[in-house]
Design a protein around this ligand. Structure first.
Ligand code: ZN
Length: 411
């Protein structure tokens, strides 16, 4: 689809929500949406935030009559009210179409057996992966979250060939396969992992144990769910489906739209959604649009790997840093494993940053030398003198959901 088509679809959606969605009737009050014509006009519209959706609880973002809504999903509310998103029949079909595309990008076919380990229910992931796999004609093993014993048993007995999950759960599976010596019985060929900013160390660890090719999938509950973007065999970024969503990259501090190639926050408009379209939704995810076309030949544009969240941005001693930068430093140093934690504290009225990091499996070298190297690399890489805490392999918590990397105890 060309840029003019996308712009006109976005503007048509703006006019529609301004009439039908109680949330946008309020938000766009005072804006004559009929007069919006150009890209600049579109970019003058206010952003939609997660807080707007919380304030619209339960369903003030709804744009269709009640009888057209066939399902709701909800994002996990760690603080305050959750966000409810309603879906129409067409929305669910569109989502399944995108999911099926994702599987095809990852080389999954109807001959595959897809084990889906994210949760089913209010959370979007499980059902989204299931609908796409069924559309494709693959066999679904919908284990859902948790119960690693059962996961491994079914994976072996049913010869699962594709593993779907979060990267941290992929790591849990890889470590268990290793521990139990199940390598020979596992027939996995591919992994599709999402919803987390995961580093190369975790990839390496999963790859070494399971020997599978893996694909990053992207999405969020507010925008359908997972499945709006995925990387292809070239692994040069995630193709996003610009016939369903419009992506902008903005400076998270000023809101200014950035050029392709520049890193900033992803902002998405769902111009095809029926039940609850969003205009310029701030995802909080930091990435960039990769200029040019992919060597795979697909014309779907690409988002780079997510490097962090705009709200994970750590402000310390006047410097902005992302956990991903610390992760990149740990990766460079031989001896560290994939797991780490950042703790921010105040001591004697001054901020300090503790980096707690596990050594690699089987590491028997000098941990003090590792710690010194970490101090030096952080000083030169991010300009902060960190306090290192090198801990044994396996001592940091692993999680089935998203791993909490930063703990801020400052006052
Ligand atoms: Zn590609």
């Amino acid at each position: 689809m060309n840029d003019m088509d996308i712009l006109s679809k976005c503007l048509a959606q703006v006019r529609r929500v301004a009439k039908k969605s109680p949330m946008y009737i309020e938000k766009f009050a005072g804006i004559d949406t009929e007069k919006l014509m150009t890209k600049d006009d579109f970019e003058s519209l206010p952003f939609t935030t997660k807080q707007d959706l919380r304030d619209a609880y339960p369903m003030k973002m709804q744009c269709v009559p009640d009888e057209e809504i066939v399902r709701i999903h909800s994002s996990s509310g760690t603080t305050g009210k959750p966000v409810i998103m309603p879906y129409s029949e067409e929305d669910l079909q569109d989502w399944a179409v995108m999911m099926e595309r994702c599987y095809r990008f990852a080389g999954v076919t109807e001959k595959d057996r897809v084990q889906i380990t994210p949760g089913f229910g209010l959370w979007t992931a499980g059902l989204g992966f299931q609908a796409g796999a069924e559309r494709l004609g693959a066999m679904v093993i919908p284990t859902g979250a948790g119960n690693t014993d059962r996961q491994l048993q079914l994976m072996c007995d049913l010869n699962a060939s594709v593993l779907i999950g979060t990267s941290s759960y992929g790591l849990v599976i890889a470590e268990e396969v290793d521990k139990r010596g199940l390598g020979e019985q596992i027939k996995l060929k591919r992994g599709i992992f999402g919803s987390e900013r995961w580093g190369d160390k975790i990839r390496e660890r999963i790859y070494k144990t399971l020997g599978i090719e893996f694909f990053d999938i992207y999405g969020l509950t507010e925008i359908y769910g997972p499945g709006i973007a995925i990387d292809c065999h070239e692994h040069t970024g995630m193709h996003y489906f610009n016939d369903f969503i419009y992506c902008e990259i903005i400076d998270p501090n000023t809101g200014k739209v950035l050029a392709d190639g520049e890193e900033g926050e992803i902002v998405i408009t769902t111009f095809r959604k029926h039940a609850a379209p969003l205009i310029r939704f701030r995802t909080r995810d930091i990435s960039r649009i990769i200029p040019g076309t992919c060597p795979c030949g697909s014309t779907f544009p690409r988002l780079d790997r997510i490097v962090g969240r705009s709200d994970d941005m750590i402000k310390i001693k006047g410097t902005n840093i992302f956990p991903a930068q610390v992760e990149a430093i740990l990766k460079k140093i031989d001896g560290f494993g994939s797991e780490y934690r950042i703790i921010l504290e105040t001591e004697a009225l001054r901020d300090r940053m503790i980096v707690e990091a596990e050594v690699q499996l089987g590491f028997s070298g000098d941990t003090e030398a590792l710690a010194d190297q970490l101090i030096r690399e952080c000083k030169s890489g991010i300009g902060i003198k960190v306090i290192p805490n090198v801990v044994p392999y396996g001592s940091l918590p692993r999680s089935e959901k998203k791993t909490q990397r930063v703990t801020d105890k400052r006052y």
